[in-house]
Design a protein around this ligand. Structure first.
Ligand code: SF4
Length: 381
């Protein structure tokens, strides 16, 4: 099984916290679609077309800046090159792009999952994030998604914003829950150095919230969603049973995926499964339009030790956790005595459950980053 990630690099404006690759000029959209279709055709009869494709993810950028007919032409090209066994075809969208006709056009083009960037319903926070949409556009979009023919939708929320109170976050969650979302991604705001927010923090104009505040926000998200039957299946992802995201889950379990478009990353196992390669296209639309996708921009070979470490980092962030048997058979990895002691301590303090599987509890998931760092940097005695 394999997945395709398609990077659509256009945005109306730069959100203050965002460090994804995007451009705010819009004039080359059709040229980009034509080039993307050329890149798709370049994969014809290569090793990438040997596995059936089960998931396709249009991310960005803002994929909803494409028309349904452009999305349809990309999917047609994919269909003509790859063997498809599609379970999930997701498109990220922003509320200000969505109409009833737009959603119906996407459904006809083949999209069966919509991922909407809500982030917050608080007008002040939307302004702080420099989002292009308003709170009422988000409400209207959720109403449309709820009644649309698109099978599943998910909405993103961001918590841990400077000055955001627990009450304000609770209102955001309650508002979102009115639309019965099958899936929610809730991220704690991350301050990336190369963003407007990063620069403001560096200059001391904005102070990020205290860890305790972010921790209270996390607890509130987990509790409120749990009482609505939406369970946490990864540190930042929550779903009704059976509505978990397949595409993102396949990243966490090291399935092959091919990235297309400027800045897109790919991951592919070697034939004998003893190593894997990760590479990316250059994050530069201008050179992409000159077919620079022929030359990988960054490329690394990961041996089984690198892959085991990565699998630990990704797998332990999921509620399902990791199986020791899988670590041994797929990665030839077993925990050192020191790591085993550390895991036992986590279990004794209620942060993990350990038998053949290692699973972090909700309390463990809350501090997953520091647990994982401890675990992978632990020197064997
Ligand atoms: S719309 Fe999305 S990709 Fe574009 S700037 Fe905002 S967060 Fe980044």
């Amino acid at each position: 099984m394999a997945g395709l990630y398609i990077h659509i690099p256009f945005c109306k404006q730069a959100c203050s916290y965002c460090d994804f690759y995007f451009v705010t000029r819009q004039q080359h959209k059709q040229d980009f679609v034509d080039e993307l279709i050329r890149e798709i055709h370049s994969k014809e009869n290569t090793r990438f077309t040997e596995d059936p494709i089960q998931t396709i993810y249009f991310g960005g950028g803002t994929p909803s800046l494409l028309t349904p007919s452009q999305v349809g032409s990309i999917l047609d090209a994919i269909n003509s090159v790859f063997d498809l066994d599609l379970k999930e075809v997701t498109l990220e969208m922003n509320p200000d792009d969505v109409t009833k006709e737009y959603l119906s056009g996407l459904k006809s083009a083949g999209i069966n999952r919509a991922s909407m960037g809500v982030q917050s319903f608080d007008p002040e926070l939307l302004k702080f994030m420099n989002r292009a949409h308003t709170s009422s556009e988000a409400l209207k979009c959720l109403e449309l998604l709820k009644s649309s023919r698109i099978d599943v939708f998910t909405a993103d929320l961001i918590y841990g914003n400077p000055g955001q109170s627990l009450d304000s976050l609770e209102k955001d969650i309650d508002t979102l829950l009115q639309f019965d979302p099958p899936h929610i991604s809730a991220y704690s705001l991350t301050v990336e150095p190369q963003t407007r927010l990063g620069k403001q923090v560096e200059l001391g104009r904005i102070a990020p919230p205290e860890d305790d505040t972010v921790s209270d926000h996390f607890d509130l998200v987990v509790e409120k969603l749990k009482s609505a039957g939406i369970h946490q299946y990864e540190v930042s992802n929550y779903a009704l049973p059976g509505k978990e995201a397949l595409h993102n889950s396949s990243y966490w379990s090291h399935e092959n995926y091919l990235g297309l478009g400027p800045g897109a990353h790919s991951f592919w196992w070697s034939e004998e499964q003893k190593s894997a390669q990760r590479w990316s296209n250059k994050p530069d639309l201008r050179s992409y339009l000159k077919s620079n996708w022929n030359t990988p921009f960054e490329k690394e070979v990961l041996d089984l030790a690198d892959l085991a470490e990565e699998r630990l980092m990704l797998g332990l962030r999921t509620r399902k956790g990791l199986s020791k048997k899988e670590l041994l058979s797929r990665y030839h990895f077993s925990f050192s005595p020191k790591q085993t002691d550390y895991l036992r301590q986590l279990e004794a303090s209620g942060k993990a459950n350990i038998d053949d599987r290692i699973q972090l509890s909700t309390q463990g998931l809350k501090i997953a980053d520091s647990i994982l760092l401890d675990l992978v940097t632990m020197k064997p005695e």
